[in-house]
Design a protein around this ligand. Sequence first.
Ligand code: GTP
Ligand code: MG
Length: 207
Amino acid sequence: MIIRSADFIISAVEPKSFPKLELPEFAFIGRSNVGKSSLINMLSGKKLLAKISNKPGKTRTLNFFCINGAWNIVDMPGYGYAKTSKTEREKFSRSINSYLRVRQSLIWLFILVDSRHKPLAQDIEFVEHIAKMEIPFVLVFTKIDKLGKIELEQNIANYREKLLQMFEELPPMFFISSVTRTGKEGILNFMDEQAAQYASAIRKLAK
Ligand code: GTP
Ligand code: MG
């Protein structure tokens, strides 16, 4: 799939400022510093589209981007960064939760986890929360350039085991590096396909 355009639309913290419900949407969420904004830049081919930092807590609002005029990606603040003040964290989680509750055009939530870690309680709790809300989600394992093949396979196996204790089926999973661009095509093709399916279902409903 080819990216013809990737544009910033708006930065928002509450539903009244979200873009109109026109296009199918994918939102990226995960702990601070996991690589959400970097992945958006990698996918879009624009290094400076989303702001990134080596300090956790960089993204502080919901940032909407439009790809090929056909679908949106939303970059979100991270959850679980202890050094962000409590009020700030509450603000983040309020905007994230209001987004998750009202956003009918959200077709898949991309939950990013750091491939270097064993399943973390915070991530598992978040996955459970999303499953309870019945929001379709995929898991993205980030920063795979930072570990060897055997270690990566072990960590993925741990995750699979954990998930299979929670669910009957595994969610779609992707393994990426925003540095080497591994996994780029797989995610883009998935998004493009899912967005096209959604758009065609909506067209049929409108008939
Ligand atoms: P917040 O906005 O603070 O929630 O963080 P984020 O999840 O958006 O992370 P961000 O994209 O800002 O990246 C955090 C740090 O991880 C930066 O220093 C990135 O350069 C680095 N990083 C992101 N992805 C990768 C990756 O695939 N490999 C490596 N080696 N580093 C990465
Ligand atoms: Mg960010």
